[in-house]
Design a protein around this ligand. Sequence first.
Ligand SMILES: Cc1cc2nc3c(=O)[nH]c(=O)nc-3n(C[C@H](O)[C@H](O)[C@H](O)COP(=O)(O)O)c2cc1C
Length: 249
Amino acid sequence: MKGIVVSLAGFLALFVIIWLMHKPFDVHSSNCRALAAAHRVFEWLLVAWGVALLAHFALLFFYKGGAKEVTLEAKPQGKVAIVYYSQSKVANTALVAKWIQSSVGGELFPIEPVEPYPDAYGETLKEAQKDMANGGTRPIKPIPSLDDYDVVFIGSPIWYGTYAPPMAEFFKTHDFAGKTVAPFCTHGGGGAGRFFADVGRNCPDAAVMEGLAIRGSNQIERRLGIGASAHHSNNDVIIWLNRIFKAKQ
Ligand SMILES: Cc1cc2nc3c(=O)[nH]c(=O)nc-3n(C[C@H](O)[C@H](O)[C@H](O)COP(=O)(O)O)c2cc1C
């Protein structure tokens, strides 16, 4: 996706250069042969660039051969809960939670703060910073007991290098002793940070599996509605599930 945006920007820049060369004088009847030659080269470059862009778009939208299907070869044993917090309109972490559910089944438990964060990104940052300064938690609506579940997937967006404050509140109210915990997160390009270590610290008596970090949206992508599905697919989840649960069996 990033590639095509850069490519499109280059194409537009070249278009503007050619247009600017036209502005002061008619380059084709100009006496300046060097300018006319440069203009011709730029025109051909623009045509070639346009063709390449069209091909790129066509590949992106019509060619599915590259997305080879991966099959699930290992499932977790026992009853599965998928607990997650997802804040943005793009809902990256919710999407990954649904990808997990589509592979292994189980019940989804979305975490909802009592007071939701504002929609505007800047406002969310301010509120989140306040929560971070106040112990890093934010009150949530009750999540039922997970005593009956054997395997708990726990997912959050990365906020300032770790899980978001509502997830901290969830950890305070639940115990994972004897369970298998599989952490997952989405981030804006900075990676999982301290997330996996912090989840492990909150589940001292659980078997905590290797986690999954999925690229979600950065600030610009978030505005454009570009989310995890632009960077990843359910395949990445299946590959991860095969790795962690196959290793366990
Ligand atoms: C308050 C706040 C802090 C964030 N901090 C980070 C960060 O430290 N590193 C990072 O890569 N992304 C960061 N992000 C981006 C989110 O992790 C990313 O957009 C995520 O996919 C959002 O998930 P969601 O759609 O489930 O809410 C931050 C976003 C917000 C709103």
